[in-house]
Design a protein around this ligand. Sequence first.
Ligand code: THU
Length: 138
Amino acid sequence: MSEDNNRDSLIAAAKRAMDNSYSPYSKFRVGAALRFADGTVVTGTNIENASYGLTLCAETVAVAKAMDDGHRGGLEEVAVIGDTDGPVTPCGRCRQVLNEMAELGETDPIVWCAGDGEVVQTRLSDLLPRAFGPASLG
Ligand code: THU
């Protein structure tokens, strides 16, 4: 599969995940997809709560699902997409949550940030430089 196909299929998976978004309060749907070294793709969407602060972001849900499936590292690529014209970048908390999975396998995943139009390519290390992670605990 070409790199473009890889990118497009991951963004498409993130977009499908948005269909299950539970976001009655913000009405802002977000989807995330994680690709692992073994080819597995794990998706997540945002889940809000009547107690607003308890909201779970799409990326965090995806990482939790992947952890529950047994993944511990091997995170190579991430796609995030929102209901916006411009690209959605992961919030600070999600960067930290993604870093936990990345650091476990010593990868620095590409992060595709997408919206209705433009797609921006970043790296987790650019989004979260000098991260605090498992290795920081010694
Ligand atoms: N949201 C995500 O799912 N991921 C992010 O990285 C940014 C924000 C969600 C949380 C909330 O349900 C909605 O977007 C508006 O903040």
